[in-house]
Design a protein around this ligand. Sequence first.
Ligand code: GLU
Length: 304
Amino acid sequence: MNFKEIIQDTYQKVKNIEDRGQLATYIPELANVNSESFGVHISTIDKVSFGIGDCSERFSIQSIAKVLSLSLAYGILGEKIWDRLGVEPSGTAFNSLIQLEADNGIPRNPFINAGAIVISDILLSNLENPKEDFLAFVRNISNNLEINYSTKIAASEKTVGFRNTALCNFIKSLDNIQNNPSDVLNFYFDLCSIEMNCKELSELLLFLANNGARTFDNSQVVTKSQSKRINALMQTCGFYDESGEFAFKVGLPGKSGVGGGIIAIHPNQYAIAVWSPKLNKKGNSNKGMKFLEEFTTKSQLSIF
Ligand code: GLU
């Protein structure tokens, strides 16, 4: 498969479309990016590494970090983790409060904010130095010591995080948060603030295309079964209220973030990262979605 050629063609085609998407501005610092940025990078199991456009520029990965926090917490708790949260798509907005009451404070899945907040609580209870240990876990996956939090983005989100604060307090009132809510939220905002470029992101998430193991030394980040299940969750819950559409048009497990990044995984083949900060109405990168739809159409590879 000539991924390079397909990516080049698709990139040129999608680059020139009129993009009616909008930057996420509800976190003020996220508005400080060039809205025309557009980068793509693919890393494959058999060591193809190819990028185009703004693939070396770092951006805020936001909710893509939820895949990493889930991976670490799942490794620590094993299947017991599902006592604290579910595995169903939510069908409501990523920051919705509505379902939580009906579900007794058990978030529907780890990728809505409520679920990621519970995962943050689990990590706070199980890590000695949560902020440092989580970063060390992430850096270790791809052996990349350059990956870091953005203090600016985290601080910016902390000033406006009223809805996440409401979610965390509400879950606490229903007994599914064990730590002090402000500690949980500070950790949650920190992990959302991690910055990476498309190359780093595709290298990092390649373990999910490799049965949970790092490709360069085959050591497991998560077990094979956990890797399969994380991919299943990305497939069904990775794109907010547009997960069905992503499965329909792209046909790969993936995860998006409001910084405009998307990671998609083809098990046993590749991880591909796309970044373009203007978001569609559902909060997913407009060009990113279009690029991946065209890319999987042209490469005729999907998991279905
Ligand atoms: N930090 C963001 C929030 O909690 C993450 C949103 C996202 O990327 O989906 O609102």
